[in-house]
Write a protein that binds this ligand. Structure first.
Ligand SMILES: Cc1cc2nc3c(=O)[nH]c(=O)nc-3n(C[C@H](O)[C@H](O)[C@H](O)COP(=O)(O)OP(=O)(O)OC[C@H]3O[C@@H](n4cnc5c(N)ncnc54)[C@H](O)[C@@H]3O)c2cc1C
Length: 479
């Protein structure tokens, strides 16, 4: 007997199930098409290396992931990213790596001297960024792209060398299409409040200093890799509620409930259904139930990315690798977008005598590069690392992960698209969405989306909206 069906066993679906359980004893079935749980979270241990195929850490500013780790008893497994010099991000520009000037907050400087000293930005570029103080506020509230906003306030060089690769890179996005309102609203708020980002940033730095606020590490991960989180969640869920290796095919209305058809020929009847699947998958599942909702879900674009992890003997890498890694602006004409120095960024990622690097390929501006086979991806990554870091050695470990249509794009108009989807859902009581496509793609956002779906279901069931029936509310009706 199951009241709820959750489709998709990535972090969003697992978090939904866990939080549903935390709201009190619940009947649910979690369906996952792959034979393994965790979705894009996948950590592999090989020859002393810990390799992350998908996400490698989560941001600490949003607290849902840390809170969940603590609830799962993983507190002592949390590892922070290095701070100080160990957190330096480099930018590949003009044939060399430039450290991000100290005090640079994503796109705006908060410290004058390091900014003046950097050779990353030309003097006209620095002057233009300094003039930001005099740029008037935007006249309208219209959704503005990251590129449009940065060009308007800080100039083209700040966009091309800093904001584009750094902020666009987080979303694997084209900065010309990325909605600032849906991704970095803080910059819009700062413009509104202070009339200038530089003024706003300086103020927030001063306030923090005055309060002696010590910043936690910006990112955290788990000692054994992020999969520790999805594994710990699975261990907490009752085995009888979990069905891996089984795909949902479609959802229909049936006798006042929802019928979920599965690829093994069986169906489930449920009062609540959570779709924790990519939005284009959800669109296919609800296509016959509500074609308009399906069309709205399909309007969220996804792009492909790939990661290549390469392990080398430390003695064969001349570069000191002191920092978190580097990003590559698209204007530099290279074939990778970034590289994390994983073993420098986090402890426990490589054996003592080795280093581990993780190269990012693809995204909105070079999707086709990510769609090559694994051997070609490894070859490409090695060529690029040789050109940028001078590493000619043969790797002792090489692993490529392809992520076709894996990164949802928060394009201009995203907020309105999600509002339309939610309006459609309000006509389908009992259907819920969780996942990366709507209110943030990061691990903490996904966990939060699962928590919200679970709370909505618990509240509905408490109000009796789905109760009051004598027969089981979700049953296997075919097999
Ligand atoms: C390369 C890469 C690096 C990233 N790095 C970071 C990072 O460092 N930090 C961070 O916070 N975020 C990162 N992200 C984003 C983050 O990993 C994802 O947004 C998040 O893992 C998505 O989780 P999810 O559960 O919503 O979706 P998924 O993990 O995609 O899970 C959805 C699940 O649904 C299943 N499914 C699909 N169709 C069906 C069906 N018909 N029936 C049943 N099951 C189905 C799939 O098999 C899958 O397991 C990264 C993403 C990528 C691609």
């Amino acid at each position: 007997m199951t009241k709820t069906v959750i489709v998709g066993g990535g972090i969003s679906g697992l978090a939904t199930a866990f939080h549903l359980q935390e709201c009190g004893p619940r009947d649910y079935t979690l369906i996952e098409s792959a034979p393994r749980w965790g979705g894009k979270i996948t950590s592999v241990h090989e020859d002393g290396f810990t390799v992350e195929g998908g996400p490698d850490s989560f941001i600490t500013q949003k607290t849902a992931a840390i809170e969940l780790c603590k609830r799962l008893g993983l507190e002592d497994q949390l590892v922070g990213s290095n701070s100080g010099k160990g957190a330096t991000v480099y930018i590949w520009s003009g044939g060399r790596l430039h450290p991000m000037p100290e005090g640079m907050m994503l796109m705006a400087p908060t410290m004058v001297l390091p900014f003046l000293r950097t050779r990353l930005i030309s003097w006209p570029g620095k002057l233009r960024m300094g003039m930001e103080i005099f740029v008037p506020r935007a006249r309208s509230d219209e959704d503005e792209s990251l590129a449009g906003f940065v060009r308007r306030r800080l100039g083209a060089e700040a966009l091309n060398k800093l904001a584009g690769p750094l902020m666009g890179g987080i979303y694997a996005a084209d900065p010309e299409r990325l909605s600032l309102k849906s991704t970095f609203p803080i910059f819009l708020e700062m413009e509104k409040k202070y009339g200038s980002l530089l003024r706003g940033m300086m103020k927030s730095v001063r306030t923090r200093a005055a309060h002696g606020a010590k910043r936690p590490p910006m990112f955290m991960t788990l000692r054994g890799g992020l999969q520790q989180l999805s594994d710990a969640l699975v261990a907490r869920l009752p085995q009888g509620s979990l069905r891996a290796g089984c795909s949902a095919l479609a959802v229909h209305r049936h006798a006042g409930r929802y019928r979920i058809d599965l690829d093994d020929g069986s169906s489930l009847l449920a009062e609540d259904v959570v779709f924790a699947t990519p939005s284009f998958v959800t669109a296919d599942l609800v296509g016959q139930l509500d074609p308009v909702l399906a069309e709205r879900l399909r309007a969220i674009r996804y792009v492909s990315t790939a990661t290549v992890s390469l392990g080398f003997l430390r003695s064969e890498v001349a570069h000191p690798l002191q920092g978190a890694g580097f990003i590559v602006p698209p204007s530099e004409g290279r074939r990778i977008t970034a590289c994390s120095w994983s073993s420098a960024k986090f402890q426990h990622r490589a054996p003592e005598d080795c280093v581990l690097l993780r190269v990012f390929i693809g995204g909105a501006l070079a999707e086709e590069l990510a769609e090559q086979d694994e051997a070609a991806l490894v070859h490409l990554a090695r060529e690029e690392l040789q050109a940028i870091l001078g590493i000619a050695a043969t790797p002792v470990l090489a692993k490529a992960y392809r992520w076709p249509k894996a990164n949802p794009q928060y394009d201009l108009g995203h907020e309105e698209r999600v509002a339309e989807i939610e309006r459609s859902l309000s006509n389908l009581p009992g259907l819920h969405l969780a996942g990366a496509a709507y209110h943030g793609p990061g691990i903490p956002d996904c966990i939060q989306s699962g928590r919200k779906a679970a709370q909505a279901i618990a509240a509905r069931q408490a109000r009796g909206e789905s109760a009051g029936r004598s027969e089981p509310s979700s049953v296997c009706i075919e097999s």
